[in-house]
Ligand binder design. Structure first.
Ligand code: URA
Length: 200
């Protein structure tokens, strides 16, 4: 069994949030390539995700597939997960303690996958990686830290309900391939730099 599959078993047994553990049908750990270059992180499973144990299988997921397709990618090329691994009942917002309880799973996933690029979709992943910042100001602008590119995007569900956001999210998605390609160039440049000799 792969380390990620082992992690899924641990997540499936999680009882840290009493209410969510009782009310969930299935946990939704994530899905996709275990060695993906890009990880997309949404908010929380909804009704259909909870039924199937898979992320983004509803309407927002169909739009995400369309967006991926626009840059020549399929789900099996990338990894998708959520900040929350269980559905909050009635799709209520997760409580701050629930988000805190769940964050270890996301951190372990990211350690195992070690992606080059993390794309945040929606409020909770934005709050984790860009705390205190407004999506309207920073969407579509990458940041690089410790050799990982962080890239905030609007949530696909928001774009489904607001036509004006649709063009924005489509345009932000189209930037991803060149951002990744540029990061590879930077890495190559760094690797080919002569090592500086230390005099001390
Ligand atoms: N919205 C999310 O943020 N995640 C899902 O898995 C489905 C819808």
């Amino acid at each position: 069994m792969s380390p990620l599959a082992e992690l899924y078993q641990e997540i499936a047994a999680c009882q840290d949030c009493e209410e969510l553990a009782k009310t969930r049908t299935k946990v939704v750990p994530g899905a996709g390539a275990e060695k993906a270059q890009i990880v997309f992180i949404g908010e929380a499973p909804g009704f259909y995700e909870d039924q199937q144990g898979l992320p983004f299988v509803g309407q927002a997921g169909q739009f995400l597939d369309y967006l991926l397709n626009s840059i020549g990618l399929k789900r099996s090329d990338i990894y998708i997960c959520n900040v929350m691994k269980c559905r909050p009942p009635g799709n209520r917002d997760p409580l701050p303690t629930e988000i805190k309880n769940c964050q270890k799973w996301l951190e372990l996933q990211l350690e195992l996958i070690s992606p080059k690029m993390i794309v945040t979709l929606g409020r909770y992943s934005l709050a984790k990686f860009f705390p205190g910042e407004a999506i309207s100001k920073i969407h579509g602008k990458e940041r690089r830290q410790n050799n990982v590119i962080y890239y905030p995007m609007y949530h696909p569900a928001a774009a489904l309900h607001q036509q004006s956001l649709r063009q924005t999210i489509e345009a932000d998605m189209l930037k991803i391939p060149s951002i990744l390609a540029r990061s590879e160039e930077v890495e190559e440049e760094e690797e080919s730099k002569p090592q500086q000799l230390s005099m001390f």
